[in-house]
Design a binder for this molecule. Structure first.
Ligand code: BGC
Length: 448
């Protein structure tokens, strides 16, 4: 038995995102987003699922907040649906949209839960996509304008702001691999989008400072770790390219004001140019208050000529896998956190997402025994404790997700929640992992 203990001041939380839980897509003036469009195209989302109803949290948020209160979290990370605030992406503000988030944030605060707001968790207003989406620099201005409205409106209420969730997914997964909305497969386009996202992030941070908004601002890139199969240079370099595409590509510009040269050269060989305009790198290179880290999985990998974008392949090691097929790889979590700290200094970090997909269903008594999720959480929290002991500046840990929800291209077939959602009745059932997490939050330690 080992006792794993956490610092008293560390914050605990849970996370969700608007399109994945809210539903009510046509209510109170909300405009369509790219995910409404995408999910209604046959073949794009498993089983033809969409977010029209999702967890219906737009109507059930009070019940959800009761659940959070029972859980005892300090922080709740949610995202705002941009098309509720600007149904057409820009132009006139939809007051009803603001009203909803005011009611919601007030309720969180009443219950002693700190709101952590993500401005962009993938639901781009369709009207902006119609004009080129993130490939069009006008979208940067629209984003900053939307951010400004939110900052001013919620100044003093929301103290934690995240500009973007997972810019790698917004760019490469959605515009090169094509799995997420808007579903393109074009490397140059994806690279333009990635760059424009970083500029949008930098400009939003500048706006936040200029307006003197109370609180902290950061962003939440997704990370993974590939451990080289051998110490051969080609294996090491291949892993470095893939990991670098998540970490350096999206963090060097923010922390150092430049793109990593080894990847710029790699992309150049593929015929891809960076769409950098004068002043962009300075704009992106704004000090941030914290870094959000999302981590789920990693692999052992090795060089393979002409395989994918970066010439590598995963090596099967008989990993334990979650029900979405991702290897359980806690060692990678440690590597990511220590690597980032070594590379960028002692930046304050919130784990803004970490969790696992296990599709356990309620048993005959209505109980959801998701022991595998508890094990995953224990493994990753133990790893987090290792990182803390190693000097990584961890401020908080937020699990993904509070609720089972719309898992993007996987629809409702993949459950990440510590609370089960019955998608027929919309009933919520607290899983065993919920009770385990609740106890851990209360104690600030657990036993492995
Ligand atoms: C995203 C979430 C998603 C989760 C599990 C992250 O990529 O931010 O929206 O549900 O991982 O796939």
């Amino acid at each position: 038995m080992a006792i794993i203990q956490f610092p008293k001041e560390m914050k605990w939380g849970a996370a969700t995102a608007s399109y994945q839980i809210e539903g009510a897509v046509n209510e109170d003036g909300r405009g369509p987003s790219i995910w409404d469009t995408f999910s209604h195209i046959p073949g794009k989302v498993k089983d033809g699922d969409n977010g029209d109803i999702a967890c219906d949290s737009y109507h059930r948020y009070e019940e959800d907040i009761e659940i959070m209160k029972d859980l005892g979290i300090d922080v709740y990370r949610f995202s705002v649906a941009w098309p509720r605030i600007f149904p057409k992406g820009a132009g006139e503000v939809n007051e009803k949209g603001l009203e909803f988030y005011h009611k919601f944030v007030d309720k969180l605060l009443e219950n002693g839960i700190e709101p952590m707001c993500t401005l962009y968790h993938w639901d781009l207003p369709q009207a902006l996509q119609d004009k080129g989406g993130w490939n069009n620099r006008d979208t940067i201005d629209a984003f900053v304008n939307y951010a400004e409205v939110m900052f001013k409106e919620f100044n003093g209420k929301i103290k934690y702001w995240i500009t973007l969730n997972e810019p790698w997914c917004i760019s490469y997964l959605s515009h090169y691999i094509g799995l997420h909305a808007p579903g393109y497969k074009d490397l140059q386009l994806a690279t333009n989008v990635a760059h424009h996202l970083l500029v949008a992030h930098g400009k939003a941070v500048q706006k936040f400072r200029e307006l003197n908004i109370e609180g902290e601002i950061g962003y939440a890139p997704n990370t993974t770790w590939l451990e080289p199969f051998s110490n051969r240079k080609e294996d090491i370099d291949a892993c470095r390219r893939e990991v670098g595409h998540y970490i350096e590509w999206f963090m060097d510009p923010v922390f150092k004001g430049e793109y990593p040269e080894f990847l710029v050269n790699w992309f150049k060989k593929k015929g891809v140019e960076l769409p950098i305009e004068d002043g962009d790198m300075e704009t992106i290179h704004q000090p941030i208050d914290f870094l959000g880290i999302n981590y789920y999985t990693g692999h052992i990998a090795r060089y393979k000529e002409n395989e994918g974008l970066f010439d590598f392949e995963f090596v099967e090691m008989g990993y334990e896998r979650t029900d979405i097929g991702w290897p359980v790889f806690p060692e990678g979590f440690y590597k990511v956190l220590t690597y980032i700290t070594e590379r960028y200094g002692n930046v304050p970090i919130y784990i803004t997402e970490n969790g696992a997909c296990y599709n356990d269903e309620p048993d005959a008594t209505g109980r959801v025994k998701d022991d595998r999720r508890i094990k995953y959480l224990k493994q990753h929290l133990t790893t987090l404790s290792r990182a803390i002991q190693s000097g990584v500046n961890i401020k908080g840990y937020l699990t993904w997700s509070l609720l089972d929800n719309f898992e993007w291209a996987e629809g409702y077939s993949k459950r990440f929640g510590i609370v089960y959602v019955n998608y027929r009745t919309l009933e919520r059932i607290k899983k065993d992992s919920f009770y385990w997490y609740k106890k851990t939050i209360a104690n600030k330690w657990f036993e492995f």
